[in-house]
Design a protein around this ligand. Structure first.
Ligand code: 5GP
Length: 207
């Protein structure tokens, strides 16, 4: 069986990357969603083991010592990490594993797994992003300012990504991301064994 791939999805908060990933998982074949561990507190509406595995700092640091993470990073004062066991199991089952992680983690993944695919999801322009971040009209100016600054930070290092996909019409974005991920399986490095088998067979014939 062909092995699955690691797929990193990052993007501006407000660009809809979570929705795109949920659509891939529920509507398309061959995906698994990695659930990260974090030391940040649980927010209303979140469930342990679904949104994240919520850990104490001590638990998280023990996991680091046990080499239990594919990657981990410190982000705004908290640890976030991708547990290794789930990722390895799903990849060996041939699933493409989706990781929704920030940029430091994405770069570590690319370094360790050169075949990983890094996809950045964005709105079509700054105005749309601003409208989405300020949308509900209930936030204070200070909160809005923080969100806009964070959005600018989130784009730092985007040049290292393999693909940038604009999420203007959700359906189109999901189709595009799915096609990108599926077509990575046709890379020469992944498909070379097909040709090697054919060569071997052909070499048995002299005419
Ligand atoms: P939040 O606290 O808003 O859920 O997430 C903060 C940031 O951490 C987001 O950019 C999210 O993509 C990132 N993140 C979530 N899980 C992981 C992980 O396992 N590793 C890394 N490096 N970043 C993560």
């Amino acid at each position: 069986m062909n092995k699955g791939n690691l797929i990193v999805v990052s993007g501006f908060s407000g660009a809809g990357k979570g929705t795109v990933m949920n659509r891939l998982i529920s509507e398309k074949e061959g995906y698994a969603l990695s659930i990260s561990a974090t030391t940040r507190g649980m927010r209303p509406g979140e469930t342990d083991g679904v949104s994240y595995f919520f850990k104490t700092r001590e638990e998280f640091e023990n996991m680091i010592k046990e080499d239990a993470f594919v990657e981990y990073a410190c982000y705004v004062g908290n640890y976030y990490g991708t547990p290794k066991a789930f990722v390895e199991e799903k990849i060996s089952e041939g699933k493409d594993v989706l990781l929704e992680i920030e940029i430091q983690g994405a770069l570590k993944i690319k370094e360790k797994f050169p075949s990983a695919v890094l996809i950045f999801i964005t709105t079509k322009d700054a105005k749309t992003l601003k409208d989405r971040l300020t949308g509900r009209g209930t936030e204070t100016e200070d909160v809005i300012e923080k969100r806009l600054n964070r959005a600018a930070e989130e784009a730092k290092g985007v040049e290292a990504y393999d693909y940038i996909v604009v999420n203007d019409i959700l359906e189109d974005c999901v189709e595009t991301v799915d096609r990108i991920i599926k077509s990575e399986h046709n890379r020469t490095s992944e498909k070379i064994s097909v040709i090697e088998d054919i060569r071997k067979e052909l070499s048995k014939h002299t005419v």
